[in-house]
Design a binder for this molecule. Sequence first.
Ligand code: 13P
Length: 256
Amino acid sequence: MMRTPLIAGNWKMNKTTAEAAVLSQDISNRFYKDFTPDVALCPPFIDLKTVRNVLAFDKSPIKLGAQDVFWEDSGAYTGATSPVMLREEGVSYCIVGHSERREYFAETDEMVSRKAKALLAHGITPIICVGEGLKKRDEGAQAAIDFVVAQVQAALQLLAPEDIKRIVIAYEPIWAIGTGRTATPESAQEMCASIRTCLADNAGAEAAQAIRILYGGSMKAENAAFFAPMPDVDGGLIGGAALDAANFIDIVKAFL
Ligand code: 13P
């Protein structure tokens, strides 16, 4: 089955609102409406409205994404943002369980599953991040696959089978994030195929075939074309290279 590739830019904690306006405008200007991949920009919360306005003014097909969410709709949760708020802001995608959130904000597998469930309940597509560290990778490919598949399984824990087909998974080996060192396209393919098997076990083969699995970790214009032909790699979650409009658009073009 043909899956529409998704290229999502994770801006992480970069760009003030003024800078976000400039970057999103630059990306929008370079984007052709007949580009076939789905594209999303995930700026910091505080920039969402600015980016939304830029994209709306241009009638751009580029979608808005967030980088995190809390699972309650409202209440006494200082500093948190709810899926209801994101929905009203026009957010279509939301990253959950990024390795940086797991490491610096003590996010657990259970929290990731709760967040994904809450997003789905409000019509937002969760981009669920998984990935092994260097120590695990050094134990061998099978150890890394077992670790990542267990992470996927844990993230699916609270999701109904009919909801699973609406998620996106991002495989991001931690040792490849921001390091300039990428997984080989073949090892990314091997991992993404194993993730798809896990999805099939949970939601059925047909649903698993419909779910997009992205690769993330130092993907840029220079290497994106090597990942694009991999049958189970359905796009990219882009960090550093998403902060450069020309580089980001070249990645999109690699998945045309
Ligand atoms: P880099 O592309 O900077 O390696 O970051 C990847 C990432 O973490 C995207 O979520």
